[in-house]
Structures are given as C-alpha cells and as structure tokens.
Design a protein around this ligand. Structure first.
Ligand SMILES: [Zn+2]
Length: 223
C-alpha cells in the first residue's frame, strides 16, 4: 500500500481540512499544446480517505478520485490555477467523537466523586438505605392487603424523599450527576452506535470539533 495522504491540519485553528479546494479550476496544457481544464466540484471523506469529484472539460468524470490519485494527476503535468476554490473542513470523525466523549466521561466521574464527597457526614446515604427497605416493606404490605400499614409506609417514604431532596438542594448536588444518569439512552454517552456517530454527538459537532482542534494545537505546540 502506498502511503495515504492525511487531511490537512491548519496550524492556526487546529482543525482538519481537505487537501484540495472545492471549486478549484486548473488549466493543463498537453504535450501537443492542447489546453483542458479540470475542476474539483465536490469532495467527501470515507474510511479515512479524501475523495474528489472532478469535471474535465465541463463533464463530470464517472469515478471519484482518491486524494492520492488526484495528487498523482496534479504532479504529472504542469497547470495554471484559474480558480483557487474554497477550503473545506472535514466532516465530524468517529475518532474525534471518541476523544471528546472519553474526556466527558472522565469529567462526569470526577463530578460524581465530588458529589459523593459532599454527602459525607450527611444523612443522605442512610436515607437511601432506609428508602430501599421501606419500598420492600410497602410491597409486602400491599401484597398482604394491609392497607393501613401500606399508607403509613407510603407516608414515611415520601418524608424520606423530601429529606433527601433537601440535602441535595442544600449541597447543590445534581441528582443526575449523583446517580450517573445517562444523557443519551441510544449510545449510553459514548457518542457512537454500531460504529456510527450518534445523533447526540452530531448535535455537539461544533463542541467536538473545537475540543479536537484544541488538542491538535496543544500537540503542535508540544504540550
Ligand atoms: Zn447518543
């Protein structure tokens, strides 16, 4: 396998771009002195490779060119640039999503540990245990048809709940952070489903791109 040309990393913004510009128009002169133009009409990124759709003499070529093939074509003969075209950013990549979500999970675990620390020395954890045994007592009372007992247990449970809510509010703790509730049930907060980017990650495209750009810039700076 020949070496694959990697996407271009912009040293200013740290983001990934296609190597060639869409809209670029180049004029070649053949050995016989004939001129013809090649235009990049579109690009796409698939399985780690850049592909380009080209128009030659006004006609769309039937097959797309990989970045390697396009480079070979462009180095084979001299040409004049008629139009520079426009720089295109790569779409959101699975690798970028993974890096972002891994960091996000670390952050959530950190917040969760902080929340648990804040609850030390409070009644919260014993209230959780008490609630769990109250729930079982309630099931038994209901199964046995002891209505009066059940009513009392329900009352105790709701008091227990109110106390817990108050502790969380006083300590400024988010229940979702404390119980590690997943934001996305589809991907379980990994950002990836069946090897594809989850909807929740697509919604965060800009954040994910910005995070990865910052990582690349830090790498370029050697930090
Ligand atoms: Zn998701």
């Amino acid at each position: 396998m020949s070496e694959q040309i990697k996407p271009h990393v912009d040293e200013e913004d740290g983001r990934l771009y296609f190597n060639y510009h869409v809209g670029a128009e180049l004029e070649f002169t053949t050995a016989a002195g004939k001129r013809f133009r090649l235009r990049i009409v579109d690009c796409e990124y698939e399985n780690g490779t850049e592909y380009y759709f080209l128009e030659s003499a006004g006609k769309l070529l039937p097959t797309r060119f990989s970045v390697d093939k396009l480079k070979k074509q462009l180095t084979a003969a001299p040409y004049e640039v008629i139009d520079e075209g426009e720089l295109q950013e790569l779409p959101l990549l699975v690798e970028e999503v993974q890096l972002y979500y891994q960091e996000r999970i670390k952050e959530l675990n950190f917040d969760n540990a902080e929340a648990n620390k804040k609850l030390n020395g409070t009644e919260y954890k014993s209230l959780v245990r008490a609630a769990s045994s109250l729930k079982k007592r309630l099931m038994l009372a209901e199964a046995d048809g002891r209505e009066e007992d059940a009513a009392q247990i329900r009352k105790d449970l709701s008091e227990n709940e109110a106390k817990r809510s108050k502790i969380l509010a006083d300590k400024g703790i988010d229940y979702k952070v404390l119980t590690k509730v997943k934001d996305c049930e589809i991907c379980g907060d990994t950002g990836i489903v069946d090897g594809k980017i989850c909807e929740c990650a697509l919604e965060r495209t800009e954040q994910i791109k910005a995070f990865n750009a910052a990582l690349r810039l830090a790498e370029l700076a050697g930090t």
